[in-house]
Design a protein around this ligand. Structure first.
Ligand code: SAH
Length: 206
């Protein structure tokens, strides 16, 4: 996959993607497809995002290396790893404890020291650590979660998230820019993500 030709032109983003071994984040059964431009199944019925979508969403964040980022939907931890190369600190929330345990192992193995994790409901964000310069959501919400808007820095904060229905057929990535109490949103491109689900799972959901 030539990410550059497909629209990922930010050289810092391309370099970060090149430096993260995606094979570390996929399940063993899909190792042969680790570098294909495809979303792949991970545990708990979730998916690791498609590399092109990771590239385009990361680029849309316009990340600076002194920034503090919140990610909602850790999943495999692949997107988190890329953010950790580009930002000062990454706070990441996942609702499935088992997925977070696997992601934490990978961060440890790859020696990332600027990632802070939490198992919880990312729909509510991480109030204790707010405000965030950047917020990236990697599961589709029906509406822009109000707590996340509130936790975004009002000095040029940017949030990128897929918004749309849970079937995945009508979702779009949206970018919200916040300045003071004003915000603007723009529609970027269509995508297909698993839904953002409120609350943490019960035992029976695993
Ligand atoms: N960025 C991930 C993609 C994971 S798929 C990767 O690169 O692998 C989306 C993830 O969001 C799933 O793991 C799902 O469990 C999680 N998720 C869904 N709703 C959530 C919520 N309210 N809070 C935290 N995580 C959530």
């Amino acid at each position: 996959m030539d990410l550059r030709n497909a629209g990922v032109t930010d050289t810092r983003v391309l370099a970060a993607i090149e430096r993260i071994p995606r094979e570390t984040f996929v399940e063993e059964a899909f190792l042969d497809q680790a570098y294909a431009n495809q979303a792949l199944p991970i545990n708990c019925g979730q998916t690791i995002s498609q590399p092109l979508v990771v590239g385009l969403m990361t680029q849309a964040l316009e990340l600076g290396d002194r920034q503090k980022v919140l990610e909602v939907g850790t999943g495999s931890g692949y997107q988190t790893a890329i953010l950790s190369k580009l930002a000062r600190r990454v706070y990441t929330i996942e609702r499935h404890r088992d997925l977070m345990a696997d992601a934490e192992q990978r961060f440890k193995a790859l020696k990332f020291h600027n990632i802070t994790t939490m198992v919880g409901d990312g729909y509510k964000g991480w109030g204790a650590q707010a405000p965030f310069d950047r917020i990236l959501v990697t599961a589709a919400a029906r509406i822009v979660p109000p707590d996340l808007v509130a936790q975004l820095s009002d000095e040029g904060g940017i949030m990128v998230l897929p918004v749309g229905d849970s079937s995945g057929l009508q979702q779009e990535v949206i970018r919200v820019r916040k300045d003071g109490k004003q915000f603007k949103s723009e529609r970027l491109f269509p995508v297909r993500f698993v839904p953002l689900v409120q609350g943490v799972p019960q035992e029976s959901e695993k």
